[in-house]
Design a protein around this ligand. Structure first.
Ligand SMILES: *[C@@H]1O[C@H](CO)[C@@H](O)[C@H](O)[C@H]1NC(C)=O
Length: 349
């Protein structure tokens, strides 16, 4: 890796930065007692999956006659206040954020917990429940995390061709979104080792290294190598995409087909040729393991391996293997299809 400006080993404590500083303040009893009017949440990081309904707890300890609760999404790169809803206990007003997918739980009189339905990838992040109570406003911060999988993504024509906006679009086209630093860090702890730098959601460029080697940041401890923030229009890298669980499933059709025939073969069965994110999600969450290369929607050819074995690429670790982007007219590969129906194809899983 030539031109590496900064190599950093990210440690756990530096990650949820905004959140941990809040906790430090809240726990500093001498100057600031904890929230008086809101109950401290039992868990302040809430794990969920795409498509699920999730509750962000916010319960009033003391309810005054006149009060308001305001829910916002806290976006560190966005100066605007992203209001989700405001309630005064009787009525509530919904705003643009998450519109149509939120409601209050109202389990009891003092319950201002927020329910998000049909969770989407972009819902991950930090939320604030703010009690507006005259002079004494109080805030609770909660983090929503989706179970997911991070995958590196490269252009058809080679390495380092995406600016930030291309990278964001490419991930979205593959049923994913640009990964956050935290998601990349978690993927690294789970085994992601990738020696090409990629954009992340915050506009930084990083890559995860487990097996220390010379061209990948040199002989320093394993970790996340980072170039820091880069020029989102001019600088070009690969992408790290994040996706979560699937509603449907992915299956393989073994017939050797060209790319165009592959698209039709899935359509004929009422399915669609699978996207890269869908193959990764099926590998990670549905344990799809198949030793044959198949076309995907972006005209790459890949196959998912859960139980590594010699005759399946010989790589010792589980993963999704890639043949890159072969000539679309070649009839060597099968195809991976995605369907929301439960019935699979000839080799359904
Ligand atoms: C989420 O809640 C809605 C009702 O608001 C319900 O129709 C849907 O089935 C729920 N989804 C899940 C995954 O529980």
């Amino acid at each position: 890796m030539q031109g590496l400006l900064l190599v950093a080993f990210i440690c756990l404590s530096s990650l949820p930065a905004g959140f941990s500083s809040y906790r430090v303040i809240a726990k500093n009893e001498a100057s600031t007692p904890g929230p008086r009017h809101l109950l401290e949440p039992i868990y302040d990081v809430i794990h969920t999956q795409r498509g699920a309904n999730v509750t962000l707890p916010c319960v009033l300890r003391i309810r005054s006659r006149v009060y308001k609760v305001k829910w916002t999404k806290v976006n560190p790169t966005d100066a605007l206040e992203n209001i989700i809803l405001i309630t005064n206990g009787q009525q509530r007003k919904n705003y643009n954020q998450l519109s149509g997918r939120v409601r209050l739980r109202r389990g009891h009189q003092n319950d201002a917990s927020l329910i998000i339905t049909d969770v989407r990838l972009e819902d991950e992040g930090k939320y604030r429940c703010q009690l507006v109570n005259g002079l004494e406003d109080e805030n609770l911060f909660l983090s929503l995390r989706l179970d997911g999988v991070v995958f590196p993504y490269q252009a058809r024509f080679g390495r380092y061709l995406f600016n930030y906006f291309d990278a964001r679009q490419k991930c979205e086209e593959q049923d994913a979104m640009l990964a956050t630093s935290l998601q990349l860090y978690q993927a690294w702890t789970e085994g992601l080792d990738w020696c090409n730098a990629g954009w992340l959601l915050d506009g930084t460029v990083q890559y995860p290294i487990i097996k220390t080697r010379e061209p990948c940041g040199g002989n320093i401890p394993p970790g996340i190598r980072t170039y820091g923030p880069k020029d989102t229009k001019k600088d070009r890298y690969d992408a790290f995409c994040f996706t979560s669980t699937l509603k449907g499933h992915v299956y393989f059709i073994p017939a050797p087909v060209s790319y165009a025939e592959a698209v039709l073969a899935c359509q004929k069965q009422g399915a669609a040729i699978a996207k890269v994110g869908q193959l990764y999600a099926a590998w990670k969450f549905l344990y799809l393991d198949h030793c044959d290369g198949g076309w995907l929607e972006d005209s790459s050819v890949r196959f998912p391996i859960v139980n590594p074995r010699d005759r399946c690429g010989g790589h010792p670790d589980p993963g999704v293997r890639s043949f890159g982007f072969p000539d679309k007219a070649q009839r060597i590969y099968g195809v991976y299809c995605y369907t929301q129906k439960n019935r699979g194809g000839e080799q359904g899983v």
